[in-house]
Write a protein that binds this ligand. Sequence first.
Ligand SMILES: Nc1ncnc2c1ncn2[C@@H]1O[C@H](COP(=O)(O)OP(=O)(O)OP(=O)(O)O)[C@@H](O)[C@H]1O
Ligand SMILES: [Mg+2]
Length: 562
Amino acid sequence: MHNRTATADLESADDPPVIRARVNARLLGKADRLFTGTLEGRIIELLQNARRAGARNVEITNENGVVTVQDDGGGIDDFAQLLDLGGSGWEKEYEASEDPAGVGLFCLAPRDIRIRSKGRMVDITGAGWRGAPVLVQPDNGPAQGTIVQFEDEEWSHSIVGPLAVFSGMNVAVDDCPCPREAFVRKQAVHHPALGCRIEVREAEHLNSWHRQVRRSHAYGDNVLVNFHGQTTSFDFHPVSEQKLWFLVDLTGAPTGIRLMLPARTQLVENGAFEELKAALELEAYRCVQRRGHHRLPYQQYLRARELGVELPEATPTFQVGLLSTRESPEPVEVTMPKGFPLARCYRFDPDAVEEDTNETNTHLLAALGTFPKPFVPVSIRKEYDGYSWAELPVVRKVTLAVGKELHSAGLWSGTLTCVDTLALAVETSDGKVFSSPVCLAKAPPPEGKEGWCDDAVLVTWDAKDELVPSQIWYHLGGWSEDGDTYDTQLNDFEQELNRFWADLLGPDEQLRRGILAVVTEIRPEWQTVLVARNGTVTIRLPDGSEKVIRPPDLLKKKSPPK
Ligand SMILES: Nc1ncnc2c1ncn2[C@@H]1O[C@H](COP(=O)(O)OP(=O)(O)OP(=O)(O)O)[C@@H](O)[C@H]1O
Ligand SMILES: [Mg+2]
């Protein structure tokens, strides 16, 4: 290394020029902006200093806008360290475990502060923060510990509490003790190389302080890291199943885990961070192992084994039938007889496109057909391929037998066709055939028509009584978010469907129903009603008598008003 100044090097003609990093005093003038200036930030820094000084107790008092923080730590021997930006006076071991940066106290700049310790004190004011000499004076304060005083908004119990709870010290605000808790339980696993202990908890086992700490961090973060009271978080999901929470408690032993400066609210993504994630993954699998059951994808089951964690197979996870019971309307359901073993079910081809015609028809056959032995198709997500229970015979071929067309009409967002007979048959990979008449099926898309085409639905007359309208609606587009309310749309569909059934019975059936509805709704006891061309209505009543109702203009002719 050249022991010269940069200027000298530049001026030398023989040696190549060198430059060197140094701290410019101008930085002192901006030191107050190293911090975001939050109250929480100041509390964290002062509690941290007290803890590093070995304090067991910290008393915080608020009086007339002045905050006093008194600790019973080792006190200050070298006051110069206080204003040494970037320099620290802590014991050597803190260097490796906590990475002090020598900037913390500057979170109080440019306030006027008084620091008293071991019979001496300093008043640091405006220029003092920027490099002007600050007098160290004798003081008759307490012989032990340190007192820091400055003007600030109230350091209330409710704000200090969550920042003190995991600090490992007894902290009191205006004589009221803050809660103190262990961040992790005894069973947390020690990872000495990372200087931390790790505990995995399921969401419901987080205590209220963890929850409170969590709320102060980014939503969704599930790893909480406790740096002796100061917490930070990130999100990491090595196992996909459900939300696991990771609690990482720094022990104070040397660690490579570092907080990003100066705010110290985020971890530095260094090698130790990667090691921490690897440790978290391992602990996640161990947690699943302790629980004894899981629904992890097969790849994760293999990964656990690779890490030396033997897991049982995932709990069989499947859906009976295929059609999703998405919000609404609900399709006709496939039911699994009680106690029916999964091993006797058939699996929808995991590679098939979801809800294509064959899949739909397999579902409908199972839901509507009758068989000597139950036919229960199940859908199992592909990620479970590999588990023994997921290895089921699959549905291979689906055939549809359609009888004579009776009536067809555009309905809702597709076409509904009524036929005199309808049957479905499914061949399975174990050589079985399941076939049955059904009252509802999806027509395959017309030959050569690729991609999107209108839904074409087939029904037999039985569908009218065997199904509720919404079960047909499901296949004709169902409820649309862009339109009216669910009930209004369903009502519209039901009317369209009623018209369809009526038209099926004959061209005038709809008319007959309309007239009948009017007449029978008003007077169900009327025997016959004769409507003449001139508008006269003649009604025969149950006692055989007749009642004649003439239109108003005919009445007028009979007896004109006077
Ligand atoms: N409560 C205290 N008791 C004893 N010494 C203290 C206390 N507070 C601060 N000091 C001394 O003042 C120095 C500067 O503190 P400051 O908070 O600015 O930096 P730091 O704690 O070393 O590093 P960091 O940037 O991580 O906070 C400390 O290194 C320590 O020597
Ligand atoms: Mg500090």
